[in-house]
Ligand binder design. Structure first.
Ligand code: ZN
Ligand code: ZN
Length: 252
């Protein structure tokens, strides 16, 4: 199994997970044209995608989902709440999924988890293939203990580190948005992400990629500083950025 990002942040998110002939797209926050251009960097086209999974209906995750599925007939998977969002438009081949289930697509088994985020029915996923586990965890304001336990013993983790609380507090966002981003149903701060790493078993981790990093309320230096006290994970750290995401990372 391997994974790559086509870009990550509030301007758009899209992650690829590949195992054998199965190529999964997790969210599509870019236009279909933007998606095609970004896929080209990896010598892929939208027609290569087996299925698209949608975590929730916020624009930075769905922009290209409708156009992709309508033009290419790509199978789509999302919760009933997400599917009910009018902004998605008509999605021709939707399979409704729910937290707690294990979804099988091609050679990948996918755990579906619900997360505290201010969307209708947001989900995040753990991908299992070839005896390896890749967790993706972004767009949540807090991490209940039960959820943290699910993200233990992974081989790779793509984790949100959205903001530095002081930068958010001092920044230009209106008070209501500051409250939303920093709240229980908002986004993870660098410190909350680091706390998760402290809490779970990371002995097997090959890759730890921090994602959905705010361009206004965070900086590379702040992210790195928050993880500096975690030697077991610090040397693995990589940051996903808005424009380039990151190239394939193989999970061996
Ligand atoms: Zn988002
Ligand atoms: Zn969101």
């Amino acid at each position: 199994m391997q994974f790559a990002s086509l870009g990550s942040g509030s301007e758009g998110n899209a992650t690829l997970i590949q195992s054998g002939k199965t190529l999964l797209l997790l969210d599509c926050g870019f236009s279909l044209k933007g998606l095609s251009e970004r896929l080209k960097r990896l010598a892929l086209t939208p027609a290569d995608i087996t299925a698209v999974l949608v975590t929730h209906e916020h624009a930075d995750h769905i922009r290209g989902v409708g156009p992709l599925t309508r033009k290419y007939g790509t199978a789509a998977y999302m919760s009933a709440g997400t599917a009910s969002a009018k902004t998605l438009g008509k999605i021709p081949h939707t399979t409704v999924i729910a937290a707690g289930e294990i979804l099988k697509i091609g050679s990948v088994d996918i755990e579906v988890h619900s997360v505290p985020h201010d969307a209708r029915e947001p989900t995040q996923f753990i991908f299992n293939a070839c005896g390896r586990r890749l967790g993706v965890l972004t767009d949540l304001g807090s991490i209940p203990d039960e959820l943290a336990q699910r993200y233990s013993d992974l081989d790779a983790l793509l984790l949100e580190a959205n903001h530095d609380p002081e930068m958010l507090a001092r920044g230009s966002y209106p008070a209501s948005l500051k409250q939303r981003v920093g709240g229980y149903w908002g986004h993870l701060s660098n410190q909350q992400s680091a706390q998760l790493i402290e809490q779970i078993n990371v002995g097997r981790l090959q890759h730890l990629v921090l994602a959905h990093i705010s361009q206004k309320n965070n900086s590379q230096a702040h992210v790195m500083a928050a993880f500096a006290g975690l030697p077991a994970a610090y040397h693995l750290l990589q940051l996903a950025d808005q424009n380039t995401g990151f190239d394939w990372l193989p999970i061996t």
